[in-house]
Design a protein around this ligand. Structure first.
Ligand code: PMV
Length: 310
């Protein structure tokens, strides 16, 4: 057993298929080079610190998730310091990143053999994600742990290659409810009218399937159109808002090939624009909180530094 260990979990952006992925449809997500770092130290008593202010409820969920992780590994008392480079609870997968970072750090304390580690990271992160998402699809923590661009369905992630480079520009469109609440509200609507909601989820799943082809064929215009259509369906599901729509239209006006909310949405959070040449848009967005992530062609291995806060 080591006394001190650190772990990292990448943030992510969902390109296509959020929410429908909870109902068994495929999604596409991409890991960012920024994320969450966890530093864990064996100590006489447990404590938890985070470098960003969060609400009382979010803090309580974080504490419960941390306790779940400790129970998974039968570790008693740990001082945990979390440093997030991405805004918490804005749709960039901070909870998945945090869960993967904590799992990596705690497994480091246990000196877990590398061969069994990946599986363990995923299972601990899933336990933690249940606190944050209620019924997590798993897309966030799988993408965080695997890196690169992935397609995910029912617990299985596959890495995609992209012959054409592209850039995602994420702008923040204000505060939003937590993911668990938004997922739960959607479930209530879906339970009232299951067939109609099923049809929309299935269509979103079709967009994600087409998205896999568009990415692997390097057809960014096709991918952009899929972004736009996915945004329309997320809006039909009641997951958009004036703040989000305003950011979507701003990104499209700035030349995005497509734009949509990413993550749980609901009222605000991150909105993604797909660009081939983002320089002009990034310049015009100066003064706004923006994250820019470049995906160089043929991303079989995640590039070291694909994302920066602009
Ligand atoms: O907003 P985030 O980063 O928590 O992403 C949530 C993604 C959902 O599809 C809405 C939920 C899930 O578990 O997949």
């Amino acid at each position: 057993m080591s006394v001190f260990s650190t772990g990292f979990g990448a943030a992510k952006a969902i390109l296509l298929g959020e929410h429908a992925v909870v109902y068994g449809e495929p999604a596409i997500a991409a890991a960012l080079s920024v994320g969450v770092t966890a530093e864990a130290r064996l100590a006489p008593r447990s404590s938890l610190q985070l470098n960003q202010p969060v609400s009382k409820d979010a803090r309580a969920a974080l504490q419960r998730a941390f306790e779940r992780a400790l129970r998974c590994l039968d570790i008693d008392k740990v001082e945990l310091q979390l440093t997030s480079e991405v805004p918490i609870g804005m749709g960039l997968g901070s909870s998945g990143a945090l869960s993967v970072a904590v799992a990596n750090a705690l497994l480091g304390l246990k000196s877990q053999a590398a061969s069994r580690r990946k599986h363990k990271v995923l299972s601990i992160a899933l336990e933690m994600e249940k606190e944050f998402h209620g019924t997590p699809s798993g897309v966030d923590h799988h993408t965080s742990a695997l890196g690169g661009i992935v397609t995910f369905k029912n617990g299985i992630a596959r890495r995609l290659t992209n012959p054409r480079s592209f850039t995602l520009v994420a702008v923040l469109a204000g505060q939003r409810p937590n993911t668990k609440e938004t997922v739960q509200r959607l479930r209530e609507r879906q339970q009232l009218w299951p067939q109609r909601y099923r049809r929309v989820f299935r269509e979103i799943g079709q967009l994600a399937k087409e998205g896999v082809q568009a990415i692997e064929q390097g057809d960014l215009e096709w991918l952009g159109d899929l972004f736009n259509m996915n945004q329309g369906l997320l809006s039909a599901l009641g997951l958009s808002s004036p703040n989000i729509e305003e950011a979507v239209y701003r990104l499209r006006k700035l030349g995005a090939l497509g734009a949509k909310l990413t993550g749980a949405g609901g009222d605000g959070g991150a909105v993604l624009g797909l660009f081939e040449n983002p320089q002009d848009a990034v310049r015009k967005l100066r003064g706004h909180e923006v994250i820019v992530a470049h995906f160089k062609s043929d991303t079989l291995k995640p590039k070291k530094h694909n994302a920066v806060r602009a």
